[in-house]
Structure formats: structure tokens, C-alpha cells
Design a protein around this ligand. Structure first.
Ligand code: ADP
Ligand code: MG
Length: 356
């Protein structure tokens, strides 16, 4: 009995009165996972502000779904901002407002102590940006904060044996960045982060319709096209879809039908940037690690990996087996929650220069 009591640290005791949360601070979506409860929050990383200011609308409540609805449809006085758009924090104050809102929403008001949080951040962000994320979480009331690099969280969430002496490789295609990492023994051996991902696919679709048909469409429509008929490799049955937008010449609303073949063509550029990043990362790996990957293959995570045929083009270009993670959109968040559960054991083994 005494032994058991001795093992209960003060930290764990506090844990009974607060909630521990893992946060995937993504460029498109922010997810929060709570120990024992799974994913409790999944909202777009969008904030609506009064134009020209950093003032969040509705007393700081216009965040997430509420704000995303406003994207592209805001009246003159409001703008809906994605503070992490290109994988960097473009706006510190707004990121802070957003993170604070999500943390408070999950933590609730009933808890006595602030939560312990593990936040995954894109591996490409600078030390200053990491500090900003940390400070935001602190101001939002977090009691203890750990930052973990996104590929590590993704690998944990995807169930890769990343802490073992064998190489595993993860490719996380998000909205703003694609993160590619080869890991072994709990650390990142090689990693690359490129600012080409799902958003760039949407932009490629927008520019294709503009160039080819003089049709202007919004970001939301472009994303819908990508999800509905987009592909990286030829499909068994090609598809078509009706789209609506504004004619650039007459200025009037117009609709037309587009095909999956032309969308695939339009997606070539962002896709080849992603493929190049993957092959470049492989080229930088030590031969022993490469050898492991012949057996272990590559795991895909992130929403962008859901594009049809993404796995097959990566497999063709690398010669390795490529597997899509279960539920790629929640992989990182689930990884942060598992990280939290194993904090005591992993804290020292994992490369973690980000605990303050
Ligand atoms: P982040 O980590 O940057 O927030 P996510 O992992 O949440 O990004 O992925 C968001 C991206 O995934 C968006 O660009 C979205 O359009 C894309 N996405 C989501 N579902 C699909 C799908 N079925 N097919 C293609 N892309 C998708
Ligand atoms: Mg992500």
C-alpha cells in the first residue's frame, strides 16, 4: 500500500483534478484528444476577426466551425483568418486566441487546476514560433506544456514502432505543410518539411479553372472538387462534377462540368513537389535505415493523404510499400494523447528540446 502511494507523484495527484489533453495544432484543423475519452474536439483552425484588427468576434467566440462558415463569405467588416496558413504562424495573437478558446472549451470551467497539454507543432516552425505556441498555451491556463514535433506524434498515432531500433517512415500531408520523417529509437533521423500540401492542391484547381475556362471559384469549392473527384493516379472509373463560380469575362455566375482527368492533371505540380520531398528524404537516410524501410515501408497520415491514388504514386516513385494510416485525419491528435500517457517514460528518450 505504502509502495503504491509513494509512486503517486504530486503531478499525478494534480492530474485527478484536471484534464490532460493532446492537441494537434494543424494548419487546417485543430483536434484535441483527452486521456481516456479520445478525440473531444475537432474544429477548423479558423478565427473570425473584425477587419484590420486582431479582435476576435462575438467576445472571442467566433472560432472553429463558426468562423469557417464565414470564410470567403464575410461581409466587408469581418475577415476569417487561418492563423497557421502555410505551416507557419502568420499571426501570433490570433493563434493565441484560437488555442486559448479550444483549451478552455475542453477544460471547462469546473476544473480546479489547469490542464497538462502536449501540443504537436509542424517541425518546420522556428524557435520563436514554438515559443509563441508555448506562451499561448500558458496564457490559456495550461499548467504544464510539452511540444512535440508533428511527425513524431503522427508516428505514435499510426502505431509505428518508432522507439525501436528499426527505421520507420511517416509522410504527413496536411493542409499547409507536408512533413516527411524517418525515425528510429524514438528520434528523428532525417526529416523534411515542405510548404506544399492540401491547400496547394486547392489552389492548383482554382488556377486551372481560371486559366482554362475563365471561371473563378472559391477555396471551399476547390476543396470540394478535390475531395469529390480529385486523384493522383488514374481511377478505375473516371468521374465528372458540376461546378459553379463567377465568369471572369462577363462577371456573372456560371456553372459547368469538369472531369477527374483534368483535375488530376492540375494536381500534378503540388503532387510532384510532395513526391520529390519524399524521395529527397530517402536519399538522405543512412543505408542501414534504408534497408529497414525495404521491409517496413512508408506510412501516410494527414488529410491530404486521403487523395485517391496518393499511396500508389508514392509507391511507384520510391519502390517501397506505402500504407495509409487508420483515420489519417486524427492520427496526430491520437499520437499526442498516447504521448501524454507515456510522458514519464518517453520524456527523456524522445528528442524533446521543447519542454520549458
Ligand atoms: P493540418 O494538419 O494541416 O490541419 P489535416 O491533416 O487536417 O491538415 O488535413 C487537411 C487537408 O486534408 C485539407 O487540405 C483537406 O482539404 C484535405 N483533405 C481532407 N479530406 C480529404 C480527402 N478525402 N481527399 C483529399 N484531401 C482531403
Ligand atoms: Mg496535421
Amino acid at each position: 500500500m505504502l509502495e503504491t502511494l509513494k509512486n503517486v507523484s504530486f503531478e499525478n495527484l494534480l492530474g485527478w483534478f484536471s484534464v490532460d489533453m493532446g492537441i494537434d495544432l494543424g494548419t487546417c484543423n485543430t483536434l484535441v484528444a483527452v486521456r481516456g475519452e479520445g478525440i473531444v474536439l475537432n474544429e477548423p483552425s479558423v478565427v473570425a476577426v473584425k477587419k484590420g484588427t486582431n479582435q476576435v468576434l462575438n467576445n472571442g467566440m467566433a472560432v472553429g466551425w463558426v468562423a469557417k462558415e464565414m470564410l470567403g463569405k464575410t461581409p466587408g467588416s469581418i475577415s476569417a483568418i487561418r492563423p497557421l496558413k502555410d505551416g507557419v504562424i502568420s499571426d501570433f495573437e490570433i493563434t493565441e486566441a484560437m488555442l486559448g478558446y479550444f483549451i478552455r472549451k475542453v477544460n471547462g470551467r469546473s476544473r480546479i487546476f489547469g490542464p497538462r497539454v502536449v501540443i504537436s507543432v509542424p517541425s518546420g516552425i522556428t524557435a520563436v514560433e514554438k515559443r509563441a505556441v508555448f506562451d499561448s498555451a500558458e496564457r490559456a491556463g495550461a499548467r504544464r506544456i510539452y511540444l512535440v514535433e508533428e511527425p513524431v506524434a503522427a508516428a505514435i498515432g499510426a502505431g509505428l514502432p518508432f522507439a525501436e531500433p528499426t527505421a520507420s517512415m511517416i509522410v504527413d500531408i496536411g493542409g499547409g505543410t507536408t512533413e516527411v520523417a524517418i525515425m528510429t529509437l524514438g528520434g528523428i533521423a532525417v526529416c523534411e518539411s515542405v510548404r506544399t500540401a492540401g491547400d496547394d492542391m486547392d489552389e492548383a484547381i482554382i488556377s486551372h479553372l481560371k486559366k482554362t475556362y475563365n471561371l473563378m471559384i472559391g477555396e471551399q469549392t476547390a476543396e470540394r472538387i478535390k475531395i469529390e473527384i480529385g486523384s493522383a493516379a488514374p481511377m478505375d472509373e473516371e468521374r465528372s462534377m458540376e461546378v459553379r463560380g463567377r465568369d471572369m469575362i462577363s462577371g456573372l455566375p456560371r456553372k459547368m462540368v469538369i472531369t477527374s482527368e483534368e483535375i488530376r492533371e492540375a494536381l500534378q505540380e503540388p503532387l510532384s513537389a510532395i513526391v520529390d520531398t519524399v524521395t529527397r528524404t530517402l536519399e538522405r537516410a543512412e543505408p542501414e535505415l534504408s534497408a529497414d524501410l525495404v521491409n517496413n515501408g512508408i506510412k501516410l497520415a494527414g488529410g491530404g493523404a486521403l487523395l485517391r491514388g496518393c499511396d500508389s504514386i508514392l509507391s511507384t516513385s520510391t519502390g517501397l510499400e506505402v500504407f495509409l494510416a487508420d483515420d489519417p485525419l486524427t492520427c496526430v491528435a491520437r499520437g499526442t494523447a498516447i504521448y501524454l500517457e507515456n510522458l514519464d517514460t518517453w520524456k527523456d528518450t524522445l528528442q524533446n528540446d521543447m519542454e520549458y
